[in-house]
Design a protein around this ligand. Structure first.
Ligand SMILES: [Fe+2]
Length: 415
């Protein structure tokens, strides 16, 4: 099927959210976290696409716009959350879309299919909550779906788990004291339990010759999984025999004896550097010994992966992840696996993948939608058949940025 024919079958919006910073000026993971959120996306309709890019108008963005970009006179503007950059992930629930960052509240954004635009509608104030996880979950049930999110307190060494109703009103709060100052990007939410990883970080602070603070994983200490049973709020700790960090989880299976988790695992991490190394591994939490066994497949160990996206093909749950070529530190292609079985890799010559793909099933075929850039940062929109590996690449005729997470929204007007 040609590009036009394939695009004819898609009616919706693919968006990628990330920091509005120059790729070549990015030196560390901090830089990525601190850039103002920008949404780059395409509206796909009647076989053609419309590209948009729009910054999320956070309180921080509006203040910078007022003083720095428009150089307007000083007003009594409220001091914004300087960490509030809304640059990490989307959240879509009850026909509303939000831009998230883990040290701020959500921003409501409007993906306008008629005007083919994105607008920021405003910050979503939530009573008694300061921060809303970028990996907030929806717990679906037949009669009542609710939101589950977390906030972490570095000084008090606590994670708070919140359940919220569809109007963002708190239904319940659970405080979990932790051993180390927690920095929790993602968590696991199952019908029976909530699982959080507490990783040991150390601060390397220098005052001279100039102030610098490096936060890195302390690999000499043990990371600890906290498993909270929903039924009675009992907390059990499971010890890993090394310091690891996990940004994203893909899979969890629970039996009477163990809990099995799959994820890209980071055995080292330094926020002052850009090079991160994720290895896709299986972690088995043993309910008798309260220890964690990490299993690996040598074929998968060759790949430095992150941003896992699950999809189903022929009744099998598979994971697609972008991989980094460590000779040039560019996101060169994708790895596909099923549990710890390596299936294949798909490489894009002369291209760097901008961020997380969205996976769609069209006429029983499975496609990944994503953006790439060339060496000069010129952007392309791609529709990749994950089985045949045939890739349709459409030039955007625009410079593009690297992003983090994505979403695909079907055009409900067309249904
Ligand atoms: Fe994330």
């Amino acid at each position: 099927m040609g590009q036009k024919g394939l695009l004819q079958k898609i009616n919706g919006f693919y968006g990628l959210i990330g920091p509005n910073i120059e790729r070549k000026k990015t030196k560390s993971i901090y830089d990525l976290f601190m850039g103002n959120g920008i949404v780059q996306g395409v509206f796909i309709e009647d076989g053609s696409i419309t590209y948009i890019k729009q910054e999320v108008e956070t309180d921080k963005f509006k203040m910078e716009d007022h003083y720095l970009r428009k150089r307007k006179p000083i007003l009594m503007l409220p001091i914004p959350n300087i960490l509030g950059v809304a640059n990490t992930a989307f959240f879509h629930f009850k026909n509303k879309t939000y831009a998230l960052f883990e040290r701020d509240l959500p921003y409501v954004i409007d993906i306008d299919f008629n005007q083919k635009k994105m607008n920021t509608l405003g910050k979503c104030e939530i009573e008694d909550i300061a921060h809303f996880s970028a990996h907030t979950k929806i717990r679906y049930s037949d009669d009542y779906s609710y939101i589950e999110t977390i906030d972490y307190d570095l000084l008090q060494k606590k994670v708070k788990v919140y359940q919220l109703d569809p109007y963002f009103r708190i239904l319940s709060t659970l405080k979990i004291p932790m051993k180390y100052a927690p920095m929790v990007h993602d968590f696991i939410s199952t019908p029976n339990s909530i699982i959080l990883l507490n990783s040991p970080f150390m601060a390397d602070i220098h005052l001279l010759p100039h102030f610098s603070a490096k936060i890195k994983l302390d690999v000499t200490k043990s990371s600890i999984f906290y498993v909270v049973e929903r039924e009675n709020n009992r907390i059990e700790r499971y010890y890993v025999d090394q310091g690891i960090y996990i940004f994203h989880y893909t899979d969890v299976y629970e039996t009477e004896k163990e809990i099995t988790i799959y994820a890209p695992v980071h055995p080292s991490l330094d926020f002052s550097k850009l090079e991160i190394k994720g290895k896709y591994r299986k972690l088995v939490l043993n309910k008798q010994t309260r220890t964690v066994q990490i299993e690996q497949n040598p074929e998968l160990e060759k790949w430095n992966v992150e941003f896992p996206v699950p999809f189903y093909h022929e009744n099998k749950k598979k994971i697609i992840m972008r991989y980094v070529d460590e000779t040039n530190w560019l996101n060169t292609g994708f790895v596909i696996c099923h549990k710890l079985e390596f299936e294949k890799h798909i490489r894009f010559q002369g291209r760097c993948i901008c961020g997380e793909p969205s996976v769609l099933t069209i006429d029983l075929d499975t496609y990944a939608l994503f953006f790439t850039i060339d060496k000069d940062d010129n952007g392309y929109f791609n529709v990749l058949n994950l089985m045949t590996e045939k890739n349709e690449e459409i030039p955007m005729n625009e410079k593009m940025k690297i992003g983090f997470h994505s979403l695909f929204l079907p055009n409900m007007n067309a249904i």
